[in-house]
Design a protein around this ligand. Structure first.
Ligand code: FE2
Length: 305
């Protein structure tokens, strides 16, 4: 065979990352020198077109975070540069991973102020197509929010809920019942995360603005979420968050509004109280499906207690 393997860290075509996965390595290095010119151009295109939309539709915490991080516009950021600024502000750190992080490990990272961060970037020719998270979603969409101490504390608290879920599961002797309850609790936690950290809206003096990273990293959906008549926007209610199916393959028809990050923090505390009271053991069936690896990560953690 002639020719060389295309270099680069493109979503779905990044030998460096795929080999790490094959070796079972979850935590990797950013391998910055592997980014191709097209990878840097993809970042520049994504950043360039989002900038004006962020000014219009992002909440002020995000905009301040963006300014504080001073992310490069013309090339993929180096995580060590991002981390230097981020750690000084909230103690959080972006930690490069090879891809999917099983549920409990993901939440456990949050509880330690680590954010599992994808290093690959979407194909420059298909900027709107996102088959899985990429570095633009993780770094431009999530990380600016992590500079805000109150929001960072929310993430740590969500991570703490996963530890509570494991401690509760460890007390259930019957394996079938333990699995059934855990599936419900994981579904409730996933929905909570989805409708807040990924797709949350916040009431602000400038009107309703986005703080959810799924919105903040999507050129089309950010505007749609704030302006479209097709979107239902309701004040957040915990019982609705944990029972509403989360559909991932189209623009969200239903979004929830919080008043502040203190409000969000109080909701996480309530989520944990409900978990302890057994109220998350029987949430409404439906999406998201609980991946076998996510369930297993919780079972393994319960086993190890
Ligand atoms: Fe995300």
């Amino acid at each position: 065979m002639t020719g060389t393997v295309a270099a680069g860290l493109t979503t779905g075509s990044a030998p460096f990352v795929e080999e790490a996965r094959t070796r079972g390595e979850l935590y990797i290095t950013q391998a910055y020198e592997l980014y191709s010119r097209q990878n840097h151009e993809a970042w520049a295109s994504l950043y360039g077109r989002m900038h004006e939309r962020w000014q219009r539709y992002a909440n002020d915490h995000f905009l301040r975070g963006l300014e504080a991080l001073d992310l490069p516009r013309d090339r993929v950021p180096r995580l060590e540069d991002v981390n230097r600024r981020l750690q000084a502000m909230s103690g959080f750190e972006a930690r490069p991973v090879s891809g999917y992080v099983p549920g409990f490990l993901f939440f456990d990272c949050l509880s330690r102020r680590e954010f599992p961060t994808t290093i690959t970037i979407r194909d420059q020719a298909r900027l709107d197509y996102l088959p899985e998270p990429d570095i633009f979603h993780d770094v431009a969409g999530h990380i600016p929010m992590h500079t805000e101490k109150a929001f960072a504390d929310v993430l740590v608290r969500i991570g703490g809920c996963a530890h509570t879920a494991v401690a509760l599961a460890a007390r259930v002797r019957d394996r079938e019942e333990q699995t059934r309850r855990l599936k419900n609790v994981i579904r409730a936690m996933s929905r909570f995360f989805w409708f807040t950290v990924e797709f949350g809206l916040m009431r602000t003096p400038r009107g309703v603005r986005a703080y959810g990273s799924g919105l903040l990293s999507s050129y089309g959906e950010l505007q749609h979420a704030i302006e479209s008549d097709e979107v239902q926007r309701y004040p957040v209610q915990l019982e609705w968050l944990i029972n509403q199916g989360a559909e991932i393959d189209h623009y969200q028809p239903l979004l929830f509004i919080v008043d502040s990050f203190d409000h969000l923090f109080a909701l996480v505390e309530e989520l944990e109280r409900w978990m302890q009271a057994g109220k998350l053991d029987n949430v409404a069936p439906g999406l998201p499906e609980i991946a076998a690896g996510d369930l297993q990560s919780f079972l393994d953690a319960a086993e190890s207690l």
